[in-house]
Design a protein. Structure first.
Length: 108
């Protein structure tokens, strides 16, 4: 099983919710390991790139991330990420603004 965001609308804008679709399937009885494969290995197999992507194995492209919790838990946060074996920064305009304003003085 793989997960879909539908045929119409703006699929790119809801792709970020794919882990939550998988989590919902787990809540309705899909085994968690199958749900994880549904967003990793199975799409790679369908696209014909499972020899390069989709699972962590020797000889495959090292595109992965580390989170502080379960991937299928909305409360988890990605802490580090590697694309093609190279660590990439998670800093963005949003994270910079958060850091800038989180310590601002509060109104009394």
């Amino acid at each position: 099983m793989i997960f879909s965001v539908g045929l119409g609308g703006e699929p790119a804008s809801v792709t970020r919710n794919l882990p939550y679709f998988a989590a919902q399937a787990v809540a309705f009885g899909l085994p968690e390991d199958e749900a994880l494969k549904g967003i990793t290995l199975f799409p790679a197999e369908i696209l014909g790139v499972a020899d390069q992507l989709g699972s962590i194995e020797a000889g495959k492209e090292a595109t992965l991330f580390a989170a502080d919790g379960n991937l299928l838990d909305i409360r988890s946060n990605v802490k580090r990420m590697w694309i093609a074996g190279r660590e990439v920064s998670l800093e963005s305009r949003h994270t910079r603004l958060y850091q800038k304003y989180k310590a601002r003085p509060r109104m009394k």
